[in-house]
Design a protein around this ligand. Structure first.
Ligand code: ASP
Length: 262
């Protein structure tokens, strides 16, 4: 019993106190809405933002390809690698490592690609990577995610657009930011489509999750978290939702730090 109590205490200490002590000084996140703008090459539009975020010195990033379902992880790695190489950086995929936890612990930067948020979360949970990633990123290791990789940085994956194709063993995500992102945020349905709009779906989420903000992150935009500051990159506005309030349109040039403190 005593051992068990100590263990529980240690977990709580890690999850609740540790992030509060150092989170605001060191965390660096680049959370991108979408890899690819319509009509452009894969990962082309954000590549210079990725370069700026990682800096001048070449960085060998640990790539997490788990959201890839219809692509092999080798092929996914090759695609991302060539784009990173173009801007002077490199990646190696976690699926080549015998010990994925050690790979996280030793990573210079962590890069999480898009695809199925459900499969990504399933693999993260299966490999017990939540705690190692959170610990590493809160110590200052840069984290880049796009799409599903941005969903993973949220408290839960409940605002993904993806179909639940696999049981992820819990909706909990990394909780690196205190609000939800809806990536690829779309304003309206195509003409002639009678299904729910994105806003309809977010309204449903808010009825059952009233305390949390949801950032409708339109394509071509991204959040940049540098320690205790957050800004947005890209030309389009953010559409911000909170239960009981009218959705707000916020220009990307505004300071978004307030969202780190909600
Ligand atoms: N499927 C998206 C992606 O590209 C994620 C999402 O739309 O929620 O990763």
């Amino acid at each position: 019993m005593k051992n068990r109590y100590n263990l529980v205490f240690c977990d709580n200490f890690f999850i609740y106190l540790y992030p509060k002590i150092i989170k605001n000084k060191t965390m660096r996140l680049l959370l991108i809405s979408n890899s690819t703008n319509a009509g452009e090459a894969y990962l082309d539009y954000p590549k210079f933002n990725i370069r700026d975020f990682l800096g001048e010195k070449p960085v060998k990033c640990l790539f997490i390809p788990y959201a890839g379902v219809t692509v092999t992880w080798d092929d996914y790695e090759a695609k991302v690698k060539s784009r990173f190489n173009e801007v002077g950086h490199d990646i190696e995929s976690i699926h080549h490592f015998d010990d994925p936890i050690k790979a996280i612990e030793e990573a210079e930067a962590i890069v999480v690609g898009g695809g199925s948020t459900w499969n990504l979360t399933y693999q993260i949970h299966l490999n017990k990577l939540t705690e190692p990633i959170v610990k590493k990123v809160k110590k200052g290791t840069p984290y880049i995610g796009w799409s599903a990789g941005s969903n993973l940085a949220c408290p839960t994956i409940k605002t993904t657009n993806d179909m639940p194709i696999i049981d992820p063993m819990g909706f909990e995500a990394l909780n690196l930011i205190p609000f939800q992102i809806n990536p690829h945020y779309l304003d309206k349905n195509p003409d002639g489509h009678g299904g729910e709009t994105r806003e309809d779906r977010i309204n449903e989420f808010m009825v059952l999750n009233q305390d949390i903000y949801i950032a409708g992150l339109r394509e071509g935009t991204m959040f940049l978290v540098e320690g205790d500051k957050m800004s947005m990159i890209g030309k389009r506005n953010l559409r911000l939702f909170k239960y009981g309030q009218e959705p707000k349109e916020i220009e990307s040039t505004e300071d978004f730090t307030f969202l780190l403190n909600v």
